[in-house]
Design a protein around this ligand. Structure first.
Ligand code: BGC
Length: 755
């Protein structure tokens, strides 16, 4: 080393030391900022450094400006609500102040599962969660979650109120579009994918709405009445599995009561099940306006009151301080609330990956690549939309057999596709394409500016397209008669806080479809809906595509599926009934307002296809159903057991002449002695993309809870010994192979599975 090198090195070392010194000091002063420590260690260190006022600050959330403006007093010790108003992102879901002294960032909360929801911000929307659940592919929901989570982060949010996994127990539930279907395994897999994707952006996602918030009618006054085993094997199982598969930082408790006790103060389901039996380490935040008391909610396991003043009383503000002072809420309970929030903030990266400087709405929107994000949304739709019927090869409308004239009828298909309403609706890039519809205010109908007709025109340039609004039956019939192919778009708008009044399409839509089917032998129907609808015309039309709410580029996705640019591969995540008398409850019970009421879920865990199987009902379109433009041979089914784990293997051959994806679905039937709620359950599935002639193989491991019943007396899962049947299907109504599986008896707890 030359002397010059030596002196340069000495200078460099001195510089490095002087730069490092403040950091070391800071790390010493704030040891919880040391990333080498675990989230748990950092949490404990920070908790010890907090004052009582700071702890109370963290467990209390504010809503955004409009609502906050009504608050004039200091509702929690040491904080002036008026100051809070200046920090909240306008139009957002909520805000919890940070603690700069401790380096703890503020929490900025944004709805929801399909994108950043804010009336003042235009953002990219995924297809509805029910739509992407129809992909039967958690890679699709995870990619979507990554995209919307990035938009959330770049819009100044570090908490996303995503991850709806309530089971579609009621076909009319106005929020089914926000959830991931009727089966606990499918719902959990699809919801978990989304949550993993959102949290990959170092922000927290919720999973919601815990628990059994199965209808919107009277959601604040209804009590969901159901036995513990039934709930453990259905709706709760969806949450249990989703939490295990994605570790969401937060769980949002729901509005309803569960067996008479409000969800957010429910000791049984929050303290005993979620936190004790499932070992959940994150925090429970309330839904907006779902808190009913200080002491019962705090002791019942709620960790953070959200969105004040949605609750008229600031239960976790001054009243919580008083309850701790007088001992009705133990100090240890407040510490536990704070511990859980801090843990989630450390563990999910909220502390270590602060948001950019621009916390003002829209200020950093330029960093978002909207074109790329629209493509991600489109790909999600292309993997998800379900071809329900395709007779005489009417689809795809390929350029080789190009129809000369196509009539497009109804549902604003010349300019837009529909979205579901409420707190999950995303303001589209370019604005609402069909303004002024729906009840108005926060329940204004939103139409994504993505025209199926224009997209079809692009893909079939030599075809003449004519649009008819579908408002008049005679005009629609005339338009259909003048074309070689008639594509009718029908829609059903559903929204948070409103259940669908019925499963029938409103207005004259059914009459329009029937008239079109009479006027044109090549009638195709595209359905945009929140969930299942009745289709009295199903047998009269040639093809039906279930598009649900297909998202920002839904029009493009629909066009690519109809023309065969993409081969449909979605499968139904819920049953489409043939008539409402096949449902457990043909009409949703209760009233929106008035005295408390109860809905008895007498079907227990027999939700969706399980109910249909149990009663031998033949649905219009079964759970798991979905067609492709190619064909698949499923076989090679073999089930084996090693070290208590059951693995099912099978193979799929693409026996047609187009590339396509199959979803191999594995169901199991139990012997009578096992006393299952229904003849069979979905226990695994695998989506495989295959070239013509190609064969792929799958191996799925069955979660033992899916083979068990829940024993309330001991808190154990019980697998009954005996001979089971494994079924391999292309749909729940299309079983292609069966195999025997002999199981020995077994008892275990959820906690034991985690070890
Ligand atoms: C909804 C939640 C939502 C919250 C915040 C409530 O009305 O039920 O899903 O996250 O509002 O906007």
């Amino acid at each position: 080393m030359t002397s010059m090198h030596a002196s340069l090195l000495a200078t460099a070392v001195a510089l490095a030391l002087s730069a490092a010194a403040p950091t070391l000091l800071a790390a010493d002063a704030q040891p919880w900022m040391n990333k080498a420590r675990t989230s748990t260690q950092r949490t404990e260190l920070l908790l010890q450094a907090m004052t009582q006022e700071e702890k109370l600050l963290l467990v209390f959330g504010y809503a955004s400006g409009d609502q906050l403006a009504q608050v004039d007093a200091s509702v929690i010790p040491g904080v002036n609500a008026k100051e809070v108003i200046t920090k909240v992102i306008p139009g957002s879901a909520g805000y919890i102040p940070g603690i700069p002294r401790l380096g703890l960032p503020a929490q900025f909360q944004a709805d929801a599962s399909i994108g950043v929801r804010n009336p003042y911000l235009e953002r990219t929307s995924l297809p509805s969660s029910l739509a992407t659940a129809a992909s039967w592919d958690s890679r699709v929901t995870e990619a979507g979650g990554r995209m919307i989570g990035l938009e959330a982060r770049l819009s100044g949010f570090n908490i996303m109120l995503a991850g709806g996994v309530n089971l579609a127990r009621e076909a009319q539930n106005g929020r089914n579009f926000e959830y991931t279907g009727e089966d606990p395994l499918l719902a959990a897999e699809m919801g978990a994918g989304l949550i993993r994707g959102v949290q990959a952006n170092h922000i927290i996602s919720t999973v919601k709405h815990y628990l059994i918030n199965a209808q919107e009618t009277g959601r604040n006054i209804v009590s969901a009445q159901i036995s513990e085993p039934a709930l453990r094997m259905s709706d709760a199982l969806a949450f249990e599995l989703a939490i295990e598969k994605s570790s969401p930082g937060s769980v949002m408790c729901s509005y309803n009561r569960i067996n008479d006790v409000y969800a957010c103060q429910n000791d049984k389901w929050q303290n005993q099940v979620l936190k004790r039996d499932w070992g959940y380490k994150g925090y429970v935040m309330s839904d907006w306006g779902a808190v009913h008391s200080t002491v019962q909610d705090a002791n019942g396991g709620l960790d953070q009151q959200s969105g004040f003043p949605f609750d008229k009383v600031a239960h976790f503000g001054k009243p919580l301080k008083e309850a701790i002072d007088d001992g009705s809420v133990p100090q240890a309970r407040l510490d536990d609330m704070v511990r859980r929030i801090l843990w989630a903030m450390f563990d999910k990266g909220v502390v270590d990956h602060p948001l950019g400087d621009a916390k003002t709405a829209g200020a950093i929107a330029n960093a978002i690549d909207y074109a790329a994000h629209a493509k991600i949304s489109q790909q999600a739709a292309e993997q998800s939309l379900v071809l329900l019927k395709n007779e005489a090869g009417v689809l795809p409308l390929s350029p080789d057999a190009m129809p000369k004239r196509v009539a497009i009828i109804g549902s604003y298909a010349d300019k837009a596709v529909l979205a579901g309403g409420g707190s999950a609706v995303v303001t589209p890039i370019g604005g609402n394409a069909v303004p002024g519809l729906g009840p108005g205010g926060w329940l204004t109908q939103v139409w994504q500016p993505s025209s199926p007709m224009k997209a079809l025109q692009k893909l079939l340039p030599a075809t003449q397209f004519a649009f008819d609004a579908g408002t008049d039956v005679a005009a629609a019939s005339k338009a259909a008669a003048a074309a070689d192919v008639a594509i009718v778009f029908v829609h059903q708008w559903t929204a948070e806080s409103l259940d669908a009044p019925s499963l029938s399409l409103d207005g004259n839509q059914d009459a329009v479809v029937s008239a079109v089917a009479k006027a044109n032998p090549n009638a195709v129907v595209v359905v945009e809906s929140g969930g299942a609808i009745l289709m009295p015309w199903a047998k009269d039309v040639k093809a039906i595509l279930a598009a649900f709410y297909p998202g920002a580029n839904g029009g493009e996705a629909i066009a690519r599926l109809l023309t065969g640019a993409v081969n449909p591969s979605g499968r139904l995540p819920l049953t489409f009934p043939a008539s409402t008398d096949q449902l457990v409850r043909p009409q949703i019970g209760g009233k929106s307002e008035g005295p408390l009421f109860t809905v008895r879920y007498t079907e227990g865990a027999a939700v969706g296809y399980k109910w249909f199987d149990l009663h031998g009902h033949k649905p219009l379109y079964a759970f798991g159903h979905g067609l492709s433009y190619t064909s698949f041979e499923l076989g090679g089914l073999a089930a084996s057991q090693a070290k208590g784990q059951v693995t099912v293997k099978f193979s799929v051959k693409n026996s047609g002449n187009r590339e396509g994806a199959s979803v191999g679905q594995v169901y199991v039937s139990a012997p009578q002695s096992a006393k299952w709620e229904a003849p069979r359950r979905l226990v695994g599935f695998d989506k495989l993309a295959l070239k013509p002639g190609q064969t792929g193989t799958s191996a799925v491991t069955i979660d033992p809870r899916l083979l068990a019943t829940f024993d309330e007396a001991t808190g154990e899962w019980v697998i009954a010994p005996g001979s089971y049947e494994v079924q391999l299907g292309a749909g729940s109504d299309d079983i292609r192979a069966t195999a025997k599986l002999s199981l020995t008896g077994r008892r275990f707890t959820s906690a034991q599975l985690r070890r």
